[in-house]
Ligand binder design. Structure first.
Ligand code: ZN
Ligand code: MN
Length: 138
């Protein structure tokens, strides 16, 4: 996907594709690490030193409101952001802090919630210790 495609995607969602929004969106698409707003800001700043913190934060929010980016509320201290808005779950490693994705089959979700309940938002997560951390702390 080119920057042009990304700009189109923003426009389809009613968002003007400003350079700041595009920079944030492209950072999130190319970094599937679920960064915090601060991390996004620092990274984007390295490329575009003139962008302000407020503008970057507002860009994250605009992308979220447009449904292109989702927030991951797994970390009690900070919000993390995800360029993949599709339904999926997360695992958080309590040692290294990384957030890992996992698929959420729709039929599994349906089996979990009360019958007839219409899910609007789901945020399913597990905490634990990732494979690499288990190996290095063994
Ligand atoms: Zn870990
Ligand atoms: Mn994710």
């Amino acid at each position: 996907m080119t920057t042009n495609d990304h700009a189109k995607r923003l426009q389809e969602r009613g968002l003007r594709p400003t350079p700041q929004r595009l920079a944030v969106y492209e950072y999130l698409l190319s970094h599937r690490t679920h960064p915090t707003a601060d991390t996004i800001y620092e990274a984007v700043l390295a490329q575009y030193p003139s962008f302000s913190r407020t503008t970057i934060y507002n860009s994250v929010k605009a992308l979220m409101d447009a449904g292109l980016v989702r927030v991951v509320t797994i970390d009690p201290l900070e919000q993390h952001f995800d360029g993949n808005p599709a339904d999926h779950g997360h695992c958080r490693c309590e040692r290294c802090g990384q957030l890992l994705d996992f698929e959420m089959p729709e039929d599994l979700l349906a089996a979990l919630v009360p019958e007839g309940f219409s899910v609007q938002q789901q945020d399913i997560f597990f905490t634990g210790v990732c494979k690499a951390c288990q190996a290095s702390f063994a």
